[in-house]
Design a binder for this molecule. Structure first.
Ligand code: EPZ
Length: 419
């Protein structure tokens, strides 16, 4: 397994290109199942999860042309050979569940492995299933698989018990080809939902209310091919911003914009950052030690759970004490044990952690446990005195495009060690 060797402390200066958003790209690829015509997608990030999704779609018989150099792909689902997403692929990427809605809507059947457990929490998909059943799908759970079929999906009024990002996306895509009107109440409002809705509208879907808690979709007979540019990755941009906050420096996030990052930028200001918005990006400056900043994670427009570990890394070297409450996932503090090895002062009680900033962290061997935890560890290691080794860096490569290359271009010292 590959590792990162990180020498610290670093200061980060320069410009970093922000890639297309992983959590927009994955549902957008699945939306291509809703039409037999080609869907052209630009600003595709080069990530492990992206290639995993391409492998899954190709196993269904979807044709995919990829031009990595130009961050472009063209997806054509004109003749499927299967409507089954098998366990061996789904277990490596939970977002595979996003083929369920489109396959049901377009092909009237789907067999998708239950995603199974995940490091950060149980992550059930009961709301996906509840909504599809309300739209007329017959669904049974057998031998670890969701087996679904329908004569024709029919629009329904669905109120989600919990705000679920991929649940909202699955139901929104299914509703695009259902008969009649679907209303999704208590919908997720993430910018990635709006990006998916923008693609669906360019395919001919009739969607309104995306980005609010109530989304309305009028089903169409068919959808057509389209072209779409994926929104920038606000979590990658937020991650680099936290690296500047923890290490100090002056970095331009090329391609980022304020709206999707609003609360992240407010928190960065709160901990002492100078933020300026320019035409093609956002500039983040931190000089001296950041101040502690408390927060509680919640669905967008609240504080993103995907930014929790990164801000914990900032708090671990900040002036003061911060209280962090993780309200979305039940087990998303696994980075704490590893940050303690770097000398951080963190205590955890249930879903709340208290972080008292230290003058400096000390390099150590640590282990990545999940995607965003590994990002938090990279930030901590860059801020620490001395060298660190971060193991199981494959977690990071799932959701960050060439993070070592991007960080070294800003003046960090990160070496990728291939075992
Ligand atoms: C999406 O996951 C993201 N993944 C996650 O990003 C992100 O952390 C999460 O939303 C929350 O923002 C993608 O978009 C591919 P949820 P998702 O359904 O949709 C409960 C990353 O780091 N729930 O919004 O799987 C669930 O247990 C990843 O990029 C149900 O109870 O998350 C959780 O507590 C990690 N029943 C809460 O809702 C359901 O049917 C939010 O989960 C669905 C969810």
């Amino acid at each position: 397994m590959e590792k990162f060797k990180v020498w610290g402390p670093s200061r980060l200066i320069g410009e970093v290109p922000i890639s297309g958003a992983k959590n927009a790209a994955l549902p957008i690829f699945c939306a291509s199942l809703l039409t037999s015509e080609p869907v052209k997608i630009f600003n595709v990030p080069d990530l492990k999860d992206v290639s995993t999704m391409f492998a899954l779609l190709r196993k269904l018989g979807v044709e995919i042309e990829v031009d990595k150099r130009n961050k472009f792909c063209e997806i054509e689902a004109k003749a499927l050979s299967s409507t089954e997403a098998s366990y061996d692929l789904v277990k490596t990427m939970r977002a595979s569940i996003l083929v369920l809605g489109p396959l049901l809507a377009k092909h009237r059947e789907a067999k998708v492995s239950l995603p199974g457990g995940c490091a950060i929490g149980q992550r059930p998909v009961d709301q996906h299933i509840k909504g599809l059943r309300l739209m007329g799908a017959e669904i049974i759970i057998e031998n670890g698989y969701i087996k679904a079929k329908t004569k024709k999906l029919v629009g329904a009024k669905i109120t989600s018990d919990v705000v679920t990002v991929t649940g909202t996306e699955n139901l929104m895509m299914a509703a695009c080809l259902a008969e009649g009107k679907t209303v999704i109440e208590n919908a997720a409002q993430e910018p990635e939902i709006v990006d998916l809705a923008n693609l669906l509208r360019s395919m001919g879907a009739n969607i309104s209310g995306d980005g609010t808690k109530k989304i309305e979709i009028i089903g169409q007979q068919t959808l057509k091919g389209a072209s779409h540019k994926i929104i920038f990755d606000r979590i990658e941009a937020g991650t680099f911003s936290c690296a500047v906050a923890a290490c100090g420096g002056d970095v331009f996030l090329n391609g980022a914009s304020r709206e999707p990052m609003k609360i992240i930028l407010e928190k960065l200001r709160e901990c002492g950052g100078e933020i300026s918005e320019e035409k093609s990006g956002i500039r983040i400056k931190f000089f001296g030690r950041p101040s502690s900043v408390s927060f509680q994670t919640s669905p967008f427009p609240g504080f993103a759970t995907d930014m929790q570990a990164q801000f914990m890394a900032v708090n671990s070297v900040a002036q003061g004490t911060a209280i962090i409450k993780e309200s979305i996932f039940e087990n998303r503090f696994m980075h704490v044990q590893e940050m303690l090895r770097l000398g951080a002062k963190i205590s955890v009680k249930g879903n709340t952690s208290m972080v008292t900033g230290v003058d400096s962290l000390r390099g150590a061997k640590v282990m990545a446990t999940d995607l965003r935890a590994s990002a938090g560890l990279v930030i901590s290691a860059m801020a620490a005195q001395g060298d660190s080794v971060i193991d199981r860096i494959y977690h990071l490569d799932r959701g960050y495009e060439k993070m070592d290359v991007k960080l070294n271009a800003l003046g960090a010292s990160v070496e990728r060690i291939k075992n």
